[in-house]
Design a protein around this ligand. Structure first.
Ligand code: AMP
Length: 577
């Protein structure tokens, strides 16, 4: 299975990273110069009158800060097939589709080979540090829960797929993964199938077949790992049966998957019995599932910060003493930063910006309240420890001074390059009047309520929120999917706790004077959040990039409908009565 690939020199990668991060200011100037020189003939830059200048001051005075919406007229021309130098000198021929989970619609963003190169740089950097702390044998395999997605063509024949699909499909991908000792144990047909239920089944089956060789379990986002093992709890007997008989379950109908799996699936009653016994012994709570089934796994890896943090508790339950390592920080629009301290638990992780992959700017959060006039972002090396900023970048795929919409906090510096913590999406705020609650506030509130459930050995499987303005003065609605069967009394307590845990003074004062109505807890049926995932996948999003929307906005009507159709009970808070 493994091709003979020359491994990259890990020491060289680390030395190079140290050198670059020591000289971040110059590297940033060089990066901007390179991007602007290469794309000097692009219409977007020409129109803004940059006239070939490549220094940061000219760049900032000519080129405005933009959001995706501002770029849509240009993007639509590319969608329609205009193959001229609009954003970049070399015309854009592919798009990445963002997951669309936060705003309810997928954004198209330019994709090109340069972005693949930056992906490889990020992968190699974080792997070099990871492998220093948690070495993987050169013959190790990875159980990668990765899924491609539908590639489509715009009416102008531009190829569009999710960013992860663009990466997995790149001819250099396999080699890049082999170099970092992470070749997938699953056949390609499993990754590239468009039926993610069948892919997931076969990822798990491949993992079991190669259980001794699997040294790493990973996914792009931690949600996919959790989803996979929750599914394993349901289907382990069927998987064991396939291994015992050497015959793939009839639920797998995609011919390319059947062919590929038949090459690795042989009757192995001994292995089937071993797994069966282990599962029977664990099946009361599945604690330690990962090390029990995969005895040589060194760590579990995926993006585990931000919207993924609520899943860490359950993931730790499955992983027991196997370390959880958060991977990197980026978006469909491009990569930002690497985790070079893999031993740090995900809750405390900070990512070091790679100054050679894009030109970065940071808008101080205080400027975003609109009282300070023009936005004046600061440069990568000018940020201050402890401050929060909205991230802006200029990348080699034609995004110039692009507001990513993420808020980050500067935790420190690695040499002269900032280490940042992802805080939240900037636009996700629960607000009715003067109250302002962020994604983090919501998470804290749900965590507090989950403690009541944990006392009764129940857990929150997933959650989201909604602002209900159908009746004056409006109120917060929190949707929870819960394991087990909590009593009304317990759910009433959870509801009060959710309400009380929003401590923003704007919220508490409004609640006291009845400027905001009591918070409503709506409990949804088991499987509701899976339906939401399936909905996004049906729109062309990839399971690999799925993030549960933490606030369902007015544009997310379908998600709201799924939630409302599945409500089993609702409770109103009496916390401020
Ligand atoms: P998308 O391009 O839609 O798949 O999502 C990109 C978004 O995912 C980013 O803008 C962040 O909000 C989030 N994200 C990506 N990497 C991380 C990370 N390491 N920690 C927290 N959030 C992340």
């Amino acid at each position: 299975m493994r091709e003979n690939v020359e491994e990259f020199d890990m020491k060289k990668v680390i030395d190079n990273f140290e050198r670059i991060t020591k000289d971040a200011e110059n590297v940033q100037k060089e990066t901007l110069k390179r991007i602007l020189e290469e794309n000097a003939s692009a219409e977007y830059l020409q129109k803004l009158g940059l006239n070939g200048r490549t220094d940061p001051d000219s760049f900032k005075s000519c080129v405005p800060l933009v959001t995706h919406k501002d770029l849509e007229p240009y993007i639509n021309r590319i969608v329609d097939g205009e193959l001229s130098s609009i954003f970049t000198a070399k015309p854009i021929t592919s798009f990445s589709l963002s997951s669309g989970t936060s705003q309810g619609r997928q954004k198209r963003v330019p994709w090109n080979d340069e972005l693949f190169e930056t992906t490889v740089q990020i992968y190699h950097t974080s792997f070099a540090f990871r492998n220093r702390d948690f070495p993987i044998d050169s013959n190790g395999m990875a159980l990668n829960f990765i899924y491609s997605s539908k590639m489509s063509q715009t009416k102008g024949s531009v190829v569009a797929g999710t960013a992860t699909a663009n990466v997995f499909r790149n001819p250099g991908y396999k080699q890049a993964m082999q170099a970092i000792r992470s070749p997938s144990c699953s056949p390609d047909a499993v990754i590239f199938s468009l039926d993610f239920h069948q892919s997931l089944y076969c990822h798990l089956l491949s993992g079991l077949i190669f259980r001794e060789q699997v040294q790493l379990i990973s996914a792009t986002f931690a949600h996919s790992i959790l989803f996979a093992f929750r599914t394993f709890e349901q289907i382990w007997e069927e998987l064991c049966n396939d291994i015992k008989q050497g015959v793939l379950s009839s639920r797998i109908t995609v011919p390319s998957i059947r062919t590929a799996m038949s090459e690795i699936l042989k009757p192995d009653p001994e292995l089937a019995n071993l797994i069966h016994t282990k599962c029977l012994n664990m099946s009361n709570d599945w604690h330690g599932l990962i090390p029990e089934i995969f005895p040589n796994v060194k760590y579990v890896q995926g993006i585990m910060t931000g919207a993924m943090e609520p899943y860490l508790k359950k993931l730790r339950h499955y992983a027991r003493d196997v370390p959880l390592v958060t991977s990197d920080y980026g978006a469909s629009e491009g990569w930002v930063a690497s985790n070079v301290n893999p031993k740090v638990p995900p809750e405390l992780a900070a990512y070091v910006v790679l100054p050679q992959i894009a030109y970065f700017e940071f808008i101080p959060l205080a400027q975003l309240d609109g009282t300070q006039g023009d936005l004046k972002p600061v440069g990568l090396t000018e940020v201050k420890i402890g401050e929060e900023y909205e991230l802006v970048f200029t990348n080699p795929a034609g995004l110039y001074r692009y507001r990513l919409g993420d808020v980050v906090k500067i935790m420190g510096f690695h040499n002269s390059t900032p280490e940042l913590k992802f805080i939240r999406r900037s636009n996700l705020i629960l607000t009715i009047s003067i109250d302002k609650n962020t994604e983090t506030d919501l998470q804290l509130s749900v965590d507090a309520a989950a403690k009541y459930l944990a006392e009764e050995k129940m857990e929150v499987i997933d959650y989201t929120s909604y602002i209900d303005l159908s009746k004056e003065p409006g109120h917060y609605v929190i949707f929870l999917e819960i394991s087990g069967e909590p009593t009304d009394e317990l759910l009433g307590e959870c509801c009060n706790c959710l309400d009380k845990s929003f401590t923003d003074p704007g919220y508490t004062s409004s609640r006291k004077v009845k400027g905001i109505d009591p918070l409503e807890l709506r409990v949804v049926k088991k499987g509701t959040f899976q339906k939401i995932l399936e909905h996004f996948v049906s729109l062309g999003s990839s399971v690999s990039q799925f993030k549960t929307p933490r606030c369902v906005g007015p544009t997310n009507t379908k998600v709201l409908q799924i939630l409302c159709d599945n409500v089993v009970n609702n409770y109103f808070s009496s916390a401020y009565n």
